[in-house]
Ligand binder design. Structure first.
Ligand SMILES: [Mg+2]
Length: 239
């Protein structure tokens, strides 16, 4: 979908964000929360609302500001009227704060991760999360550090564990160190411009923006709709 020329010539490693790339908020959980607001959402709106939420998220100075913007845009997608938006933000904040919301696997994401790794690139996960993602990925059989049921990755960087979060380039540098790769030969695939694109660039890494609903048509970044769209951009064939 992107007409931006590829700014890389060789790819040794791919870093992968989780929310919006591998997982989305669970439909049953979000439907129950939205029912408290009198909303009965369609499945497509539930997924689209996430991407509207991250598109509205540009202030990463605190968790509060991140979720304030996200939840406001999330509620608007579902047609919550203006005079109910404050209540909607509170309800959504409570639901996300309960944890275990990011469990809906995006169709085809697992297969795409397998295919990316099969090209021979090194892979690591870089996620702003609550310290639980390494166990979740392992339990779901998606990926793990070392051999296992899923894709073998070089590292899982969870901000809740390492103590630095995107867009701080420090979390990306930890991934580069773990994989032993150079930033100019590394891509980071994520869905949030302010965290993933800005953070990767600050570390000298090439960002790739997952933008399935075309929220960022004018963004000066390589855009894809789904992780599987990365494969033809790697300049490698599966080994
Ligand atoms: Mg994300």
């Amino acid at each position: 979908m992107s007409s931006t020329p590829l700014p890389w010539t060789r790819v040794d490693a791919v870093l992968v964000d989780l929310g919006g790339v591998i997982y989305l908020p669970d439909h049953d959980r979000m439907r129950a929360a939205l029912a408290r607001l009198g909303v009965d959402p369609s499945p497509d709106d539930l997924d689209r609302a996430h991407f509207a939420g991250v598109a509205a998220t540009d202030d990463f100075t605190s968790d509060h500001s991140v979720w304030h913007s996200y939840n406001l845009a999330y509620a608007k997608v579902h047609g919550v009227p203006d005079d109910h938006l404050d209540h909607a933000r509170t309800v959504l904040l409570e639901e996300f704060a309960k944890g275990d919301v990011w469990t809906r696997e995006i169709a085809g994401a697992r297969a795409a991760l397998v295919a990316v790794a099969a090209t021979g690139v090194r892979v690591a996960v870089v996620s702003n999360a609550d310290g639980t993602v390494e166990a979740q990925l392992r339990d779901d059989g998606i990926c793990q550090v070392g051999p296992g049921a899923g894709v073998e990755v070089g590292a899982v960087l969870d901000s809740g564990v390492v103590g630095v979060a995107k867009p701080d380039p420090a979390i990306f540098r930890l991934a580069l160190e773990a994989l032993g790769v150079a930033p100019e030969h590394t891509l980071h695939v994520g869905d949030t411009p302010a965290a993933d694109v800005a953070g990767a660039r600050a570390a000298g890494i090439h960002p790739v923006l997952v933008d399935p609903y075309d929220h960022h048509p004018d963004a000066d970044v390589v855009r894809i709709r789904h992780l599987s769209d990365l494969l033809p951009l790697l300049g490698r064939s599966a080994r």
